[in-house]
Design a protein around this ligand. Structure first.
Ligand code: ZN
Length: 480
């Protein structure tokens, strides 16, 4: 052992007092529980007890942070065999902390960051004790004023200003915020919680380092990424980091498609004329599922907009290959170029319906017997007319606006359904994709779409005309 302090060793000063503490803490907890002390406390007492327990917790965290700092110091030697992590068979400090303290990786990382900010440095040559990076923060930790959250709230924003701001200036700013944490700040406010401490520290960091925002933005720009993981039967994972304005744009797209739903649910609803009113669809999708569907719709809109760069003079086209028999029988699988996983015939039909794709049907021997053509694709004028008639997704209560909808061939193109406004209706990506499964039926009645709700939803089993078009809704209101 080369470590000068450990060489002095053999003096275990901590195990015995810690054991006493544990015995005491355990006894306090047991008594409090058996006596139902918390339940019997007045509100005032309970609030005071909560504060004391938190202080105890912060002192415990202080011990933990110092112990973690020591583990880090002993795991820093360049020679792997000399590291404490190696002696205990751990890959790194995070793994060691996780195993011994049973915290999650994020907590282990936080403990290490806190330890870096407040551990006293030890001179590698003399073994002499040097100051911590933030001495006043360390003092407040030892006084039970700051726990892990408080330490990081103050030190993390200030540390980001390095190396542009001197260590002395950072420490001075920390001193002021620590005073606020102790309730001894100029405003004479009571001790601040971690969140407010962070806001104060951030304000200081900005004042000391006004140009800091730009380097931070450059970091975000450098780290920007969007990647698809390995395709699995359960889906394709997506990973990445969006620059803030792109995230904001995506959020806007999501917001535009998840408008509040119409809510009325009389299963035999009729208006004053005796005309059937539409029933709202049940939408039990999670928020994340809705966002997925909105993203899918945005891609579909982009692909059919005619504004995307072309490939070899043609708009990007999703190629679906499917066997003739499978298509007729509705069995088997289709393949999408660019994706390793097979897709079902139902999904192939959905993709084939929405117009941004070309379908290639081949025979058993591989001969191509039918190519999807441009005729299948509703043109701009047709799309505009259908949007005016339907208003948005025609499933009642869906509320997805026309701009985010796909056009569904009511009678499938492969079954001879024409690409005509009388055969095209607006459906959102979700209702288009899951139309078969969710049980809504669609038909055209003299060029007007009607829907039949699934039996569990509408016991009357009647076809109802459907629209969210302001023009047609106005006509209906005027008749009454
Ligand atoms: Zn819909």
């Amino acid at each position: 052992m080369s470590d000068p302090l450990v060489r002095m060793g053999g003096m275990d000063l901590l195990t015995s007092p810690l054991r006493d503490l544990l015995t005491q803490a355990s006894a306090v907890l047991r008594d409090a529980t058996s006596e139902r002390a918390l339940e019997r406390a007045t509100e005032h007492e309970l609030a005071a007890q909560l504060g004391m327990i938190a202080e105890l917790n912060r002192l415990g965290e202080a011990l933990l942070i110092d112990a973690v700092g020591e583990v880090m110091r002993r795991s820093e030697p360049a020679v792997r065999d000399e590291r404490m992590t190696s002696h205990l068979g751990c890959r790194d400090v995070t793994e060691l902390i996780q195993q011994i303290t049973r915290v999650e990786p994020r907590t282990a990382a936080k403990l290490q960051r806190a330890a870096k900010a407040v551990r006293p440095e030890v001179s590698a040559t003399t073994g002499e004790r040097l100051d911590a990076a933030f001495p006043s923060v360390r003092d407040a930790m030892l006084d039970g004023v700051l726990g892990t959250d408080g330490i990081l709230a103050i030190t993390a924003p200030l540390q980001e200003t390095a190396p542009r701001v001197s260590a002395a200036a950072r420490q001075e700013a920390a001193d002021v915020v620590v005073a606020e944490a102790r309730g001894e700040g100029p405003s004479a406010a009571p001790p601040l919680c971690a969140e407010l401490l962070k806001i104060h520290a951030q304000a200081w960091a900005l004042a000391l380092d006004p140009d800091g925002a730009e380097p931070r933005e450059r970091v975000a720009e450098r780290r920007r990424a969007l990647t698809l993981g390995v395709a699995t039967p359960a889906g394709v994972p997506i990973h990445g980091l969006l620059v803030p304005e792109v995230a904001a744009q995506l959020q806007t797209i999501w917001d535009a498609q998840t408008s509040p739903k119409v809510a009325f649910d009389d299963p035999t609803a009729v208006d004053a004329d005796g005309d059937l009113l539409p029933l709202p669809a049940m939408d039990d999708r999670t928020r994340a599922q809705k966002q997925h569907d909105a993203f899918a719709a945005a891609l579909s809109v982009a692909a059919t907009s005619g504004l995307l760069p072309t490939i070899g003079g043609y708009a990007p086209v999703l190629v679906v290959s499917v066997d003739e028999h499978d298509l007729v029988d509705g069995t088997g699988y289709a393949h999408v170029q660019g994706c390793d996983q097979p897709i079902s015939i139902a999904i192939a039909r959905h993709i084939a319906c929405s117009g941004s794709i070309q379908r290639i049907v081949s025979r058993n021997d591989g001969r191509i017997i039918r190519l999807g053509t441009e005729e299948r694709v509703f043109n701009r004028q047709q799309r505009r007319a259908i949007a005016l008639r339907d208003g948005g997704c025609i499933i009642p209560g869906c509320g997805t606006p026309a701009a985010w909808c796909e056009i569904h061939h009511v009678t499938e193109y492969a079954q001879g359904g024409p690409t005509h406004t009388d055969n095209g209706v607006l459906l959102c990506w979700y209702h288009h994709r899951f139309l078969d499964r969710i049980g809504w039926k669609i038909r055209m009645n003299q060029g007007v779409p009607e829907v039949l709700a699934p039996p569990w939803h509408d016991i009357s089993r009647r076809w109802r005309p459907t629209t969210t078009s302001p023009l047609r809704l106005k006509k209906r209101v005027l008749r009454t």
